[in-house]
Design a protein around this ligand. Structure first.
Ligand code: HEC
Ligand code: HEC
Length: 356
């Protein structure tokens, strides 16, 4: 190993130690830190929801909001003198480069496919991540006067990082929520009950009844389409999977049953006006919540399969799905609904929780 490499390595260690030992650790967000133990990429809180939580993201500019975040966490490694990864985050022009490629936001979220920043074990706060996203969405304003960099305006803007491909079925956001809400309930296939020795709580356990690439040889798929009601899953009173849900499982297995995830922060084509309880909200619950919150198994006394049941808990809904402090994180501590779904539920409540 060359002396130069050794220097770089020891420098790194020192920087990591300094960063890790500083009080920034207190800024750890429970939602973000929970990611440390799994590979599930989660969406951050939507910026509009953060306003409600005291994180003002109304008008974000580089000088007041973004530069301080870079100075706090990033310029120790990304400056004009130490330009690790080729990035200088000490000035506006340098920060724009990863901001526009999507890498700035992807890396601070620790999203799959990006190098986790400021380090594998260190996260910026959710509010800070929202400020960055908002700054990007608002086309990278320079200062409080709202100045824009004209070179920026002439280029396409990445509204948000969305790493989801429409052709791919993702385990973390599409398969696991189905399994946790329809199969991994107490008395069925949770870690304690393990009926028939089957546990449907995580990838490794689910894979025990899946043959990657072959739905017809996978017990999981076969149980969903079994013609014998004694064997067809889920057992009553949990409703059978809809055709669309069965197709999703089929496609996921066919595509190799990967432990894949993507970030869906896209609010493009996400309608939140005139939200309808039956058309917009109930389908979200059906895929993610009803297995644990139905008439026969109302976890926490909550039944989300009916309008009245939903209304009864509506004051706690947004807090729980955004994983806000003081609420039980739903659907689980490691899985979050996508940003569009969160926005729809929150809009439906703001619009008067109409039973339509
Ligand atoms: C301890 C040093 C260190 C700190 C602190 C650090 N970085 Fe990095 N960063 C690196 C290194 C080394 C690379 C290049 C290697 C890599 O991509 O992992 C890199 C790469 C990147 C990339 C490219 C990522 C990709 O997926 O291609 C971005 C964007 C980035 N850093 C942003 C940040 C931001 C934003 C912060 C602060 C929140 C930060 N970095 C803090 C060392 C650091
Ligand atoms: C794996 C089972 C399970 C799933 C899936 C699940 N929940 Fe829950 N939920 C619970 C349990 C158990 C409780 C009561 C204990 C608690 O608060 O942690 C609860 C409590 C709640 C509460 C009250 C939280 C509070 O802090 O007062 C709300 C609201 C809620 N769930 C909404 C949802 C929504 C919305 C979904 C779907 C996005 C969902 N749940 C999915 C099991 C689940």
């Amino acid at each position: 190993m060359s002396i130069k490499t050794k220097h770089i390595i020891s420098f790194f260690t020192i920087v990591i130690l300094i960063v890790a030992c500083s009080h920034d650790i207190a800024n750890f967000n429970p939602l973000l830190t929970s990611r440390l133990n799994d590979t599930v990429a989660k969406t951050p809180f939507d910026s509009t929801l953060n306003n409600a939580l005291g994180c003002d993201t109304t008008k974000i500019n580089y000088v007041e909001h973004i530069k301080p975040i870079m100075t706090k966490y990033c310029t120790s490694c990304h400056s004009s003198t130490l330009k690790l990864g080729g990035y200088d985050l000490s000035n506006y022009a340098g920060t724009l480069i990863p901001a526009k490629s999507g890498k700035l936001y992807g890396s601070v979220l620790h999203a799959v496919g990006f190098s986790p920043m400021p380090s594998t074990n260190l996260f910026i706060s959710t509010c800070e991540a929202s400020l960055i996203k908002r700054w990007i969405d608002q086309s990278y304003l320079v200062d409080s006067a709202g100045s824009k960099d004209t070179t920026v305006l002439n280029q396409p803007i990445t509204p948000s990082v969305n790493t989801c491909s429409l052709d791919t079925v993702y385990f973390a956001s599409q398969i696991l929520p189905l399994m946790t809400s329809s199969c991994a309930m107490s008395g069925c296939h949770d870690a304690i009950s393990r009926r028939e020795g089957i546990q449907m709580t995580d990838y490794a356990n689910i894979m025990k009844i899946v043959r990657a690439g072959s739905p017809s040889n996978s017990k999981l798929y076969k149980s969903l389409v079994d013609s014998d009601p004694e064997n067809k899953m889920p057992l009553p009173p949990i409703p059978y999977f809809t055709t669309a849900q069965v197709d999703l499982v089929y496609k996921w297995i066919l595509q190799g049953a990967k432990n894949n995830s993507c970030i869906n922060t896209s609010t493009a084509n996400c309608t939140t006006t005139n939200m309808s309880y039956s058309k917009d909200i109930q389908p979200i619950f059906a895929s993610n919540c009803n297995g644990c919150h139905n008439a026969t198994a109302p976890s926490g006394g909550i039944n989300l399969t009916t309008y009245n049941g939903t209304i009864a808990i509506s004051a706690r809904l947004v807090g729980s799905i955004t994983h806000a402090a003081g609420y039980s994180p739903m659907p689980t501590s490691t899985i979050q609904l996508n940003t569009c779904e969160i926005n729809k539920i929150s809009a439906w409540i703001q619009q008067g929780k109409i039973n339509n």
